[in-house]
Design a protein around this ligand. Structure first.
Ligand SMILES: *[C@@H]1O[C@H](CO)[C@@H](O)[C@H](O)[C@H]1NC(C)=O
Ligand SMILES: *[C@@H]1O[C@H](CO)[C@@H](O)[C@H](O)[C@H]1NC(C)=O
Ligand SMILES: *[C@@H]1O[C@H](CO)[C@@H](O)[C@H](O)[C@H]1NC(C)=O
Ligand SMILES: *[C@@H]1O[C@H](CO)[C@@H](O)[C@H](O)[C@H]1NC(C)=O
Ligand SMILES: *[C@@H]1O[C@H](CO)[C@@H](O)[C@H](O)[C@H]1NC(C)=O
Ligand SMILES: *[C@@H]1O[C@H](CO)[C@@H](O)[C@H](O)[C@H]1NC(C)=O
Ligand SMILES: *[C@@H]1O[C@H](CO)[C@@H](O)[C@H](O)[C@H]1NC(C)=O
Length: 293
């Protein structure tokens, strides 16, 4: 692709709550615009509707396209591996509405919540291992034994890479935990879009975890999110464990920390990217909780 990696850093401080809210969002202006009432807009609307109204898919991955030639639209919806089908559809429904409202003319866009990621484009995005743009989300709280924590974290992420990559064409997802210094436990999850091959998935996750030092050095929680794969770690269990696997610790819902979100975009040479990022006001957040839940 014609992309140069030219990082633009943007820092936002967003209070994290137990309810779904936007982790990141990007309108990709350099890949084309559509106009109001155009065929592309109609196709996009139809396509997104067919994603979140689909009740046959129960494994959280949607790779749909709709339309002809230059008006063809491609979409990928990916729910976190532990999210139930109903909650997955709700998240994608909500994502669709938020993303089309926030990117009203861009043909390509991406949005992420804790439970799902939605992207669409006018180019085929299926089966591609895409590691740009990428997004960081991390805790503002630091750990005390950085070296020891890092060692545990790296070893956990390494093992999850292979586990996730070994998944099938419906789900490439793995979770796990490891002891860390000071009686802490690190919980992590790694996931790829399952249209990647095993090798692509482990390459993508390896590439993502090599960035952990860029975002999350010393941090007690962090995420690196690519369009094709992502991982997250916390010191509390933030994912649901399938019944029978680990009954000891239920997922903890409350989060007290603030996170900083860093968004790094790829930019076409000489074309400035128009980036629309805005976060909810407090009242908007409350509203979104009700809708997505
Ligand atoms: C899309 O529109 C934006 C302004 O809204 C403009 O900056 C950008 O260059 C356009 N993209 C293309 C590919 O024409
Ligand atoms: C798009 O269609 C709506 C409903 O038919 C109409 O109200 C609106 O003016 C149209 N917009 C443009 C830019 O044509
Ligand atoms: C999508 O969300 C809207 C608003 O909450 C709701 O009215 C609609 O029924 C939902 N669609 C599906 C297919 O769940
Ligand atoms: C946490 O660690 C980061 C990265 O090393 C550092 O920039 C930051 O100041 C630290 N924060 C606190 C509260 O110690
Ligand atoms: C969509 O994903 C499924 C599951 O990974 C895969 O079998 C199928 O080939 C994909 N479809 C397209 C059009 O890439
Ligand atoms: C990750 O992938 C990008 C794009 O292919 C590449 O430029 C970068 O060097 C890779 N990083 C690592 C650590 O493999
Ligand atoms: C922690 O691990 C990352 C990823 O392997 C590495 O880049 C970083 O240098 C390590 N930091 C420390 C303090 O060991």
């Amino acid at each position: 692709m014609l992309f140069l990696l030219c990082p633009i850093f943007m820092h936002f401080i967003v209070p994290i709550t137990a309810q779904p809210e936007i982790n990141f969002q990007l309108c990709v202006a350099e890949n084309g615009n559509y106009t109001e009432n155009s065929t592309y807009q109609a196709n996009l609307k139809f396509l997104l509707n067919s994603v979140y109204s689909n009740t046959e898919i129960d494994y959280g991955f949607y790779n749909f396209s709709y339309g002809e030639s230059s008006d063809k639209v491609y979409a990928i919806g990916l729910c976190r591996g532990d999210v139930k089908p109903d909650a997955c559809r709700d998240c994608l429904n909500y994502s669709s509405r938020v993303l089309t409202a926030r990117c009203p003319t861009e043909k390509e866009a991406i949005i992420g919540f804790d439970s799902c990621i939605l992207r669409y484009a006018s180019r085929s995005i299926f089966g591609l291992n895409e590691v740009a743009p990428y997004f960081f989300v991390y805790s503002l709280t630091n750990v005390s034994d950085e070296k020891g924590f890092n060692r545990s974290l790296n070893s956990l992420l390494d093992s999850l890479q292979d586990k996730a990559a070994a998944g099938d064409s419906r789900r490439k997802y793995a979770t796990g935990k490891i002891s860390a210094p000071n009686f802490q436990t690190i919980y992590a999850l790694s996931q790829c879009t399952p249209d990647l091959s095993q090798t692509e998935c482990s390459n993508c996750l390896r590439n993502a975890s090599a960035r952990v030092g860029q975002c999350c050095q010393e941090r007690q929680g962090g995420r690196v999110i690519y369009p094709s794969c992502n991982f997250r770690y916390e010191i509390n269990q933030f994912y649901e464990t399938p019944i029978g696997e680990d009954p000891s610790s239920p997922p903890s819902k409350g989060k007290n920390n603030t996170v900083i979100i860093v968004i790094i975009l790829s930019v076409v040479i000489s074309v400035m990217v128009i980036l629309i990022i805005s976060f909810y006001t407090f009242s908007g957040k409350r509203k979104s909780r009700e809708k997505v839940k």
